[in-house]
Each structure stands twice: as structure tokens, then as C-alpha cells.
Design a protein around this ligand. Sequence first.
Ligand code: SF4
Ligand code: SF4
Length: 425
Amino acid sequence: MQTAFSPAQLQDPVLAEANGILRTCVHCGFCTATCPTYVLLGDELDSPRGRISLVKEMLEQDKPANATIAKHLDRCLSCFACMSTCPSGVDYMHLIDTGRAHLERTYQRPMGERALRWLLGTVLSNPARLRAALALAPLANLFSGLLPGRLRGLLALAPKHASNTTTAPGVYSATGVRRMRVALLTGCVQSVVEDNINAATIRLLNRYGVEVVVAKQATCCGALNHHMGRLAPAHAAAAATIRAWCAEADANGLDAIVVNTSGCGTTIKDYGHAFRDDPALAIDAARISGLAKDVSEILAALPLAFVSRRHLRVAYHSACSLQHGQKITAAPLKLLQGAGFEVLQPAESHLCCGSAGTYNILQPEIAGKLRDRKVGNLEGLRPQVICAGNVGCLVQIRSGSAVPVMHTVELLDWATGGPAPRGLA
Ligand code: SF4
Ligand code: SF4
């Protein structure tokens, strides 16, 4: 694609990067076939190619965003199916980030929209605030008829109560000889609503000789705010987490940083890029990105011994952040098959379930259609269990299915001697 940035514009490293990305796009449109919003809506402006043109126009002409541009960029799930499909290797992820940052700088959203985004970014990314909000949810439910549609949707998605366990910061020692020492991100939302996933991860890793440390200040990776284009709070959360892990690595050594929420994993693996121009954090951020691993990558390297074969029909949902964001597809399947599960993969496995960070709250209509399509494909396999490696997908799919939905590590923990996951007990 031809671009027309001026030499002065190209002095700006952000625009220079966008220019390079735009020039790799040959406008072929292959990406449209796998873009969930184009598949649903059929509008070119809701396709990757259309959004690339919108971002190009804004950046080249230094034009402020408007309501139309905001509508089509906001509808992007950041699922990155387009990147898996694109034959030219267009780096859509970093282009849409630049487009969203420009949008937030130059466009004033309606007040209700700004308030909702602030609320989501402020509450969901802070475990203490999220716990307090969940405690108030039953009260809010009494008045749900009076709430605007999207807040009603948020209440419907919210779990009835917080997890009854909390993974405290500290060191969780390996059983037997220590093979590795890793840090675990317990996650802002996950630590409150699905801490059972963290407990299962720690048990499983400890069982195979991995010492796990949960660093006190490493609570949120910044992904939730990043998805909404709220870069200042996203970078503040990421910076605190980077510092906490670097301090731990310097003091006691770390072989890896384990992430069991693939949405967070994609963001953490990109810290090196996000902080590349920050003189204070560039080196540390790149170091953390280099250490970050999805939990399935670590487990694939361990000699797991399955104590009992579990003959369950398991439908595996491959989270977009895992398959498109991190290009991890085979490891979770092999692990589940190794444990004796009958692993089934749904049709349209490349399509997003509609969770996508806060997307299911901000774009409930599209998210609902994607969820129903995903649940239809999963339930069509007649599974006894549905599993995935990302808490957002679990919450989203569970809201539309009566089949037990759980994290991959919960099944692997069970198959190696841990307790039966919630929903199977
Ligand atoms: S497939 Fe790649 S090169 Fe083709 S239009 Fe989409 S982003 Fe551009
Ligand atoms: S990230 Fe997903 S929703 Fe956005 S343009 Fe690409 S395929 Fe479409």
C-alpha cells in the first residue's frame, strides 16, 4: 500500500513504524474471511482492511478521529485472526494500537461512554475494588431494571460471588528436587473471580518440581486498559509489574514468568515493544517479555505423569490470544490428549468467542452473537466439558452454555492427582 507521510512526520518513531506496517499491506483482503466482525456485519469498515485504511487516513492527514472512525475501531476485538491469515505479515496489532492511541487523543467520546470505560478500567484492574464491586452486585441486581443496557449486561456477566480462595503473595515450594523457579501472574480479574485456576496452576507446577513465586506488586499486566486504548493506566500497571518481577529475578532468580491467562500473556510478551522508547524501563521490559511463557509452554517441557486416565469428551476452545496472539496451538491439545481426554476441536475454531477483554461489556450485541455462534459450535461436539486457557473466554462461554467450562490447567491438575475441578466434583 502506498503511503504519503511527510519527511517531518517520519521523524516520529510511532508514525515511522505505522508507515512501515501500512506499506506491507497489499490490500488483498484475505484477512476479511477470518475477521469475526466482517463475517457478522459484512461491512468493509468492519474488516481489517477497512480499519487499516481508517488508521492510515487519520495518521497521514493528522486528522482527528470522529464518531464513525471510533465506531469501527471500537468494534475490532483485537483477536488478531487477521494476522494469522495475512500472507504479507501485516503487523495489525501494533497498527491498531497506534490508531487507538490517536483516537483517544483526538476524539471526545460521549460522557456515558467515557464514564463506563473509566469504571471498567478502574474497577476490573484492581482486585480490592473488584471484590468490593462484587459484594455490592446483589444490591445492584435489585435495581437492574433501572440500569442502562450495558451496565445490566455487566451485572449479568458478573459471577454471583468472588472466589472463596485467594492466592497470597509468597513462595510456593516445589515437591522434591527443584527443577525451575518461576513467577506466576495471578491476574487482576482472575485472582478475584477464578482463583481456583491459580491454585490448580501452583499445585500442578509444584508437583513437577517447579517453585512458584507470586510477587506482591505484580497484580495487573495492564491488558484490560490497553484494550480500551487507555494507555496511561495500562502503562502504570505494567511498569509496577515489570519492576516487581525484575526485583524478584535479581534477588532470587527466575527461570520464567508463567501466565495462565493468555490475554495477559500476549500483552506481557509485548512489553519489550510497548516500552521500547522508555529509557527507564526499556531493558527491564524486554527482559520480562523474554521470560514470559504461557503455562502450556512450561507444562509441555515437564515430565507430567498422569495418575489416572480421564475418559471425558473435552471440547477445547483455543483462545484468540493464545492461537493468534502467541501462536500457541499444539501444546494444550497434546497435554490434554496425554492425560487421556478425548479432545475435540470445534468448527470455526479461529473465530473469537466475543470476550476480548471488556468487549463483551462495551459491544454486547456483537459479543452476544459471537458467543452464541461459538457455543453452538462447541456444543455441537456433544462434550462433557469445555476448556480454554483464558479466564475471559471461560466467563463468556459459561454465560451461554450449561456444559461445565473450565481452564485447561484444572483438568491437567486433576489428571495428575489434584482435586476434581469445580463443576465436575
Ligand atoms: S490479508 Fe494482509 S495484506 Fe491482505 S488486506 Fe489483509 S492485512 Fe492487507
Ligand atoms: S483483530 Fe480481529 S476483529 Fe480486529 S480486524 Fe483483526 S480479525 Fe477483525
